[in-house]
Write a new protein. Structure first.
Length: 133
C-alpha cells in the first residue's frame, strides 16, 4: 500500500513538472504579446478563486471594471492590466517591457494573495490543474 501511494505521488509530481515545463517552453517561444496573453489567461484562472468570473458577454474592459481597484499589487490595478491586455490583443501593438513587467508583478501578487487565502497546497493543486489543461 505504501509503495502504491509512493508511486502515485511520484507520478503526480512528475506529471506536474512535465506540464509546467511544457508551459514554460510555450512562454519562452512566444513573443512578448504571446507571453502576456498566456500569463493573462493564468490570471483570469486565479481570479475565479476570488469569485470573479468572466461571463461570455463580458468584454475585458467590463470585466476589469467589475474588479475595479479591489485587487491591486505594486500600484497596478486589474484595470491597468486589462488595458495592457487590450492594447496587445486588439490594437496589434507590441507591449513594452515595462508593461510586461507590470503584468508579471500583478500575476505574482495575485498568486501570493491566493496562497494567503487558500493555502500553498491548494495553490499548487490549482497550478497543477491549470498546467495540465
Amino acid at each position: 500500500v505504501i509503495l502504491l501511494f509512493l508511486f502515485i505521488f511520484i507520478s503526480f509530481l512528475l506529471y506536474y513538472y512535465i506540464s509546467k515545463l511544457i508551459y514554460t517552453q510555450k512562454l519562452k517561444k512566444a513573443d512578448i504579446n504571446g507571453r502576456m496573453y498566456l500569463i493573462f489567461a493564468e490570471m483570469i484562472y486565479y481570479l475565479k478563486q476570488f469569485g470573479y468570473k468572466m461571463k461570455p458577454q463580458d468584454t475585458m474592459l467590463v470585466f476589469s471594471e467589475k474588479i475595479d481597484n479591489s485587487i491591486f499589487f505594486d500600484g497596478i490595478t486589474f484595470i491597468t492590466a486589462g488595458k495592457i491586455f487590450m492594447k496587445a490583443r486588439y490594437a496589434d501593438k507590441e507591449i513594452s517591457q515595462k508593461e510586461y513587467t507590470q503584468i508579471i508583478a500583478f500575476r505574482d501578487g495575485l498568486e501570493t494573495k491566493l496562497s494567503e487565502k487558500i493555502g500553498k497546497l491548494k495553490v499548487f493543486l490549482l497550478k497543477f490543474l491549470y498546467y495540465c489543461k
